[in-house]
Design a protein around this ligand. Structure first.
Ligand SMILES: [Zn+2]
Length: 274
């Protein structure tokens, strides 16, 4: 699978990523990440670490998963939700016009992806004080900003982090001074330059109400869908262990489809299946 952006490391983009087989161990680690992480960006890093096998030639260690741009992290979260939901899931929303609840199918693989720009992960801006180079925001930035109130300090911190300078010694002090001196119009121009290069997964879909025909715009949050699609793996372990007397490690190493198949067989044996 190819990332829309890719991890910039050693002067090149690492775009080929692979997921681990979707075993109970992976599913359990993803559930635990969603329960224990203090912020959503931290949860995303933990989830991707549990689910990914590699990012290019690199192991999915925290610094690399954090260094993935925001759009790549969205893309991978959507792919993971697709793997758990077998690509298509149905969900229920309330119509904004008539208030009636209706179901509609969401295909994760069909969510439009905006590709990265030609100079990704960098962009350049011509400002009053000179020409500057920036990189697109990544997971490490998101983790830090998640602890800020969404105000000007957060924007200044993000811009300082994303300013690219060759001379790293002078960078910290320079970046703070430069960002302090930016006008609102210049900040808008930098944000637009970053957005032009950053890949993005569409966060909204349109669905037509079956009651009144109104087209509703629905926000898609991949972590919400992940939460919904995850099974309670501990219950699965208990049921399979009670029947087959396998160890926890053996059950956790089963691919998800085989675990579900065994659960179906257990239900059938008890006469619970239709
Ligand atoms: Zn309606």
């Amino acid at each position: 699978m190819r990332l829309p952006g890719g991890l910039w490391h050693d002067g090149r983009r690492h775009r080929e990523v692979g997921f681990r087989p979707l075993t109970g161990a992976v599913e359990l680690a993803v559930s635990e990440a969603l329960q224990t992480a203090e912020t959503l960006p931290e949860a995303t890093t933990m989830i991707l670490q549990a689910a990914l096998a590699h990012i290019g030639d690199l192991a999915p260690e925290t610094p690399w998963v954090d260094a993935l741009c925001v759009g790549d992290r969205q893309f991978l979260s959507v792919c993971l939700a697709g793997r758990l939901g077998e690509d298509e899931v149905w969900f229920t929303v309330e119509c904004t016009a008539c208030g009636q609840r209706f179901d509609f199918p969401l295909r994760f693989s069909a969510l439009p992806v905006k590709p990265a720009g030609p100079t990704y992960p960098f962009c350049e801006t011509d400002l009053a004080s000179g020409a500057y180079r920036w990189r697109t925001p990544n997971g490490a930035d998101q983790k830090i900003l998640a602890r800020f109130a969404p105000d000007d300090t957060a924007v200044a911190t993000l811009l300082q982090r994303c300013l690219v300078r060759e001379d790293t010694d002078a960078q910290a002090a320079d970046a703070a001074d430069l960002v302090d001196g930016l006008t609102a119009a210049e900040i808008d121009c930098i944000e637009a330059a970053m957005e032009a290069q950053a890949p993005e997964v569409t966060g909204q879909v349109q669905a037509t109400c079956t009651g009144c025909g109104r087209v509703n715009v629905i926000d898609i949050d991949p972590l919400f869908h992940l939460k919904r699609l995850l099974r309670d793996v501990n219950v699965d372990i208990h049921r399979i262990a009670s029947t087959y007397h396998w160890s926890e490690a053996e059950i956790l190493s089963l691919p998800r489809q085989r675990r579900l198949r065994y659960l179906e067989l257990i239900d059938r044996a008890r006469g619970m299946a239709v």
